[in-house]
Design a protein around this ligand. Sequence first.
Ligand SMILES: Cc1cc2nc3c(=O)[nH]c(=O)nc-3n(C[C@H](O)[C@H](O)[C@H](O)COP(=O)(O)O)c2cc1C
Length: 299
Amino acid sequence: MADVTDVPFRSIVVQCGRPDVFYTEFVSAHGLASAGRERLMLDLALTPTDHPIVAQFFGTEPEHLRAAGALARELGFDGVDINMGCPDRAIMRQGAGAALIRDPGRAKELIHAIREGAGDLPVAVKTRLGLRSISEMNVWIPEVLSAKPDVLVVHGRTVAEMSKVPAHWDLIGQVASMARDADILCVGNGDVMSRAQGLACAAESGVDGIMVGRGIFHDPWLFAGHTAPKSPRERLQLLLDHTDAWVAHWGGVKSFDLMKKFYKVYVSGWDGAAHLRARLMEARDPETVRAVVAESGML
Ligand SMILES: Cc1cc2nc3c(=O)[nH]c(=O)nc-3n(C[C@H](O)[C@H](O)[C@H](O)COP(=O)(O)O)c2cc1C
């Protein structure tokens, strides 16, 4: 997830209970071929505890995806993915992300190109059921499968549905069956908020794996399975560890305000959490965050 699953946050998730596979934030393949490359390389930073990890790219030009695949291999990633599901207008206007659903010819060229660049790394595609109507999946999914990615990750909604309706796990099941017939692994995505729920969705739909997005905000310990509720002390320690890791990686590059969404995650579930959270939301720098946490007397 963009501005979420970076090096610092992955290190926190490893502390809490790691998933079987990590994904990077999506990275512009075009940006990697331009002056912005140096900044984007921070999105592709790796630490030893990240493995196995897939580098996700978006783009429109085969040569950019080919180069991105080669870069991922050089950097030591364990797989590559092309984003063909992002509904963000700025991304779709470029013809990337979910816009590729209406350009299957281009989508297939991109899959072939990234495979050439990535060599023996597995190639995945992450997409949605369609743009406007769920019936589009009957054309779009076979088109993607015909380009033979190793893995198809399907978010069970159309672009028009954004995240406003529940994910169609019944349709994810149909996609899984199409993928199985093509000998391609299928990962389902949408609304999974716990490990137990994910396992139940997998059993019902027949997917080979589950991708979790927003669920990690609901519970950073999600991948560890059922655990006792965490104490405020443990949550605040995680908050400080994350802040330190964030500053070490992004200090002077990204706005510190990007940390605030994580503070909402960590500081919840006890009397007085709302007050502490409000104070943290006003903090402009890590020093103030540390001072506010110290003043709370909970650590
Ligand atoms: C803040 C945020 C950033 C996201 N960034 C990406 C991204 O970079 N690449 C991607 O494939 N999906 C991205 N997504 C979509 C999620 O991967 C996922 O498909 C979607 O949120 C539905 O799954 P969920 O219900 O498990 O969150 C993002 C979602 C959120 C909320």
